[in-house]
Design a protein. Structure first.
Length: 265
């Protein structure tokens, strides 16, 4: 029987999802995907028919894969299309945690990195989640100071460790599809007092660039020539003004890729 959401209490509605109370289980909530797409901290906004289904598929595939890999997430199951059941948060940590393998996007504007620069080891940055402030990045020295503190420092340490674990798992998975995971941003909360991966992971969460060569050489400081950024599959297509149909097509390609994750051990 299909869930009837117009009779359920809305806990919060965001830009791309609606969270509903679960009347049958106070420890979980329903996360329902929307067809909306935004960029520029919500300044740019459109609706793409069918996007909710595609994002839900990608998110389902990725979280089920991460759960199998032992990553601590909020994801429980998906009872029907466009809907997931997730564990209810005790506390949401208002940070976006960004991990990067290849320099692209905002890091090119405020750092010394050049496009295509490969980071090994991975670098991880924390951004305060606030659209009006454009999600400012926390100073790296300040983050290290917090981590060394006796109060909430372990939160930052655990978020960074989980981000790196998730990145490495997804990088390996996409590699089998000849796709390089460039970077991603994840979010966290506390559930039963434990730092937990939450929210969604879909086409708007990461950058994905196909390989440009049959046998790319990633053992060099800059790997831009080994990749095909113009063939990107992620939300940068929307940011750069591609048609909504083209954006949806690229998101569908991502969902087709993550569908193969169920065959990975």
């Amino acid at each position: 029987m299909a869930l009837v959401f117009d009779k359920m209490h809305v806990i919060i509605e965001g830009k791309t999802k609606i969270i509903y109370e679960n009347p049958d289980d106070p420890k979980t909530v329903f996360m329902k995907f929307k067809d909306d797409i935004t960029a520029g901290d919500g300044v740019k906004h459109d609706v793409i028919q069918g996007k909710a289904l595609v994002d839900w598929k990608t998110n389902k595939d990725i979280f089920e894969y991460l759960n199998r890999k032992g990553i601590h997430t909020h994801y429980v199951e998906s009872p029907q299309e466009c809907v997931s059941i997730v564990r209810k948060l005790d506390y949401k940590i208002d940070l976006e945690v960004v991990t990067r393998r290849v320099a692209a996007g905002s890091i090119l504007k405020w750092g010394t990195a050049v496009e295509g620069q490969r980071f090994d080891p991975l670098i991880t940055q924390f951004h305060y989640k606030d659209d009006p402030l454009h999600d400012p990045m926390l100073d790296a020295a300040y983050v290290e100071f917090i981590i060394s503190s006796k109060q909430d420092g372990h939160w930052f340490k655990e978020m960074r460790e989980i981000n790196i674990d998730v990145f490495q798992e997804l990088e390996t998975a996409f590699k089998q599809c000849r796709i390089q995971l460039i970077d991603f941003k994840l979010e966290y909360g506390l559930i039963d007092g434990k730092v937990t991966l939450i929210d969604e992971i879909s086409g708007g969460s990461f950058r994905l660039w196909p390989y440009a060569k049959e046998n790319p050489d990633f053992n060099q400081p800059n790997i831009l020539s080994e990749l095909d950024p113009k063939g990107r599959l992620d939300k940068d297509n929307y940011r750069l003004g591609e048609s909504l149909d083209q954006v949806q097509t690229k998101f569908e390609q991502i969902a087709n890729l993550t569908d193969t994750f169920k065959d990975l051990s």
